[in-house]
Design a protein. Structure first.
Lengths: 312, 315
């Protein structure tokens, strides 16, 4: 068993190495308009919703799992929020988050009770939730121009969803690093058998991770629906992959037991800034994807190589 | 853990790459275009023609961003173009409702918007300086007329739809249904299934229609020509060449299928006309002129075996 799950990497690692965020920001300074108020606001808006999902994904990955259903659950959350809006804003918010949490709980049940592989369990949930959302809406986006609802994604100078992301990041960081619960999650991911032997209820811990991931995806759906004024049943197809890329770039691992909120957020900002910079440089979107894919490969391979070179 | 600093080297290389190209767009008319997905043939054709046409104007620059089929990315793309203070914003929306808040942002920043190729929802229309492009609803209407005429106003038809949830899909279906009702046609719509603009999927859908509806099925409305041609091949292989297929778009595949007698008809949607008209209007708007008409619909002539030779198929 690897012991690295106990070692906390200092934040500075996530600023310069995993990922090389500061060098990117320095390079971006040479591009006209990058640090402009409007551009930063667009950047904050676009990473906020993905950010909530990245945090959930990271927690699930630390526990040794994976969640492919986040994009579909986000779409369901957005649709649920708008459908429930006539009953009041709080009902709408709560409903979307609960629906997401329920999908997460079902993911957790599949993984822990039925012992289905996380990829397959969450893949099936992804298809079921997507299908249900499309069926419920008859494939049509649901629309709301309710002022109060649209306010959820407004706010100047800093958009509200970004503040939500900051708040939840801090909560998740504290839970993972300062609470026994966090240590247990790392332990489950690093070695389930050892964790069970030391008396942890690994099944329950894993289910909690999936519930969190689902609930955060539901919340992300609400915020996105508010930003677009629309709950679209087809949104978020690429979300699980983007979230996983950000988490991996930020130091999480498919082996489990590794990763941190700070790393995930750094990875997310890195990917978000990179896309933004490539947009400002007029790079066609398919080359952008290739760049991000190549970088992910480079960082992961470099990480693995350095890990092997390390004296044990 | 700290021996990983070697990664800094590679990060530095990335940084170098990024700083070498700093764009300059001063003193030029900059047209920003938010496209839904450059991977779609029609969208790619329009962008290619726009880029060719812009070359004729040395003082004009075209910036195209592709949302890659992601509604949230389109909203950010529009935000980016607004931040760059483009002179005119062209928007081809992926979702006619979801773009509205982003369009408001552009209006607040004082940037005039020309919707191109498809129209946003009603809440967005009032924000526009104008619209240029085909009319998805009218395409559904034309398809209804073609099928009504092909089937003599009798029999069951089925619809091979585009991607679910897209305005294009919804409007084409609605146009068809409304026009059939107006014509008091005896044609009944047996069912509709999505093929996601994908001809391979369209073959499966065509097969499923044959199985479910059998002899009741007399006609098919395919919301794009490629899917229509693919479906027609399935019907031919099953010995059901009597099923009349009407497509949408006037693509190379569609015209070929009409010439070979596989498809009954389609209506033309020329990316060249679409792109040229959009650029003309965009340049006018950039100069501060108001377009004479707010809605500028490109011609969408019916194509059947009778006149197919007059069209060349551009995409």
């Amino acid at each position: 068993m690897r012991i690295s799950f106990m070692a906390k990497e200092p934040i500075i690692v996530h600023l310069f190495v995993k990922p090389p965020l500061v060098p990117l920001l320095v390079a971006a300074s040479f591009i006209e308009g990058f640090w402009s108020f409007g551009n930063l606001r667009t950047l904050m808006e676009s990473i906020s919703t993905d950010g909530l999902i990245v945090i959930g994904m990271t927690i699930v990955m630390i526990a040794g799992g994976f969640d492919l259903s986040v994009g579909a659950v986000m779409a369901m959350g957005g649709v649920a929020a708008i459908v429930l809006l006539p009953f009041g804003l709080s009902v709408s918010l709560l409903g979307a988050v609960l629906a997401g949490g329920l999908a997460g709980y079902l993911n957790g049940l599949q993984v822990t009770w039925l012992r289905i592989n996380a990829f397959i369990a969450t893949l099936s949930m992804m298809v079921i939730v997507r299908g249900a959302t499309l069926a419920y809406t008859d494939t049509r986006p649901v629309v709301s121009l309710d002022e109060q609802f649209l306010m959820l994604s407004s706010g100047r100078p800093v958009p509200l969803p970004f503040l939500v992301l900051v708040g939840i990041s801090i909560l998740a960081h504290v839970a993972l690093t300062q609470r026994p619960w966090g240590r247990h999650i790392y332990a489950v991911g690093a070695g389930e058998l050892a964790a069970t032997m030391s008396g942890l209820n690994t099944g329950r811990l894993k289910r909690q991770c999936y519930i969190l991931s689902g609930a955060l995806a539901g919340l992300a759906g609400v915020l996105l629906a508010s930003r677009l004024g629309t709950g679209s049943p087809i949104i978020g197809e690429a979300t699980p992959l983007i979230a996983a890329a950000a988490a991996l770039i930020g130091g999480a691992s498919l082996r489990g037991g590794e990763g941190s909120v700070a790393g995930a957020i750094a990875g997310l900002i890195f990917v978000g800034c990179l896309i933004n910079v490539l947009n400002l440089l007029d790079m066609p979107s398919y080359y952008q994807r290739m760049t991000i894919g190549g970088l992910l490969l480079l960082l992961v391979v470099a990480d693995g190589t350095l890990m092997r070179l390390q004296p044990r | 853990m700290f021996s990983r600093r070697k990664l800094l080297g590679s990060a530095g290389a990335v940084a170098m790459l990024l700083v070498t190209a700093t764009p300059s767009w001063a003193d030029k008319v900059v047209i920003g275009h938010s496209q839904p997905n450059l991977g779609w043939p029609y969208i790619a054709a329009v962008t290619n023609i726009l880029q060719e046409e812009v070359k004729k104007h040395p003082d004009v620059e075209l910036v195209t961003l592709s949302a890659d089929g992601d509604i949230a990315k389109q909203s950010s793309d529009i935000g980016s173009l607004v931040n760059r203070k483009v002179n005119v914003l062209l928007v081809t929306s992926l979702d006619g409702n979801a773009v509205v808040p982003a369009l408001k942002q552009a209006v607040d920043a004082g940037i005039p918007i020309l919707a191109v190729s498809n129209e946003p929802a009603d809440a967005g229309k009032e924000l526009l300086a104008g619209y240029s492009g085909p009319d998805d609803y009218v395409q559904g209407v034309i398809a209804a007329e073609l099928l009504h005429e092909a089937l003599g106003g009798q029999g069951g038809i089925a619809i091979i739809e585009g991607s679910p949830g897209q305005s294009t899909t919804l409007l084409r279906t609605q146009g068809l249904n409304d026009r059939l009702a107006e014509l008091k046609s005896g044609i009944t719509v047996l069912g509709a299934q999505t093929a996601d603009w994908n001809p391979v999927k369209a073959k499966d859908v065509a097969q499923a229609f044959l199985t479910s509806y059998g002899d009741q099925l007399k006609g098919v409305f395919a919301q794009d020509d490629n899917s229509g041609a693919a479906a027609a091949e399935v019907f031919k292989a099953a010995g059901r060449e009597d099923i009349k297929v009407v497509g949408t778009g006037g693509t190379k595949n569609g015209l070929k299928a009409i010439k070979e007698g596989l498809m009954y008809g389609t209506m033309d949607q020329s990316p060249t006309t679409d792109a040229k008209q959009a650029l003309d209007l965009a340049l006018k708007i950039a100069k501060g002129e108001k377009p004479a008409e707010k809605r500028n619909i490109i011609p969408m002539p019916k194509i059947t075996a009778a006149n197919v030779d007059q069209f060349k198929g551009e995409w």
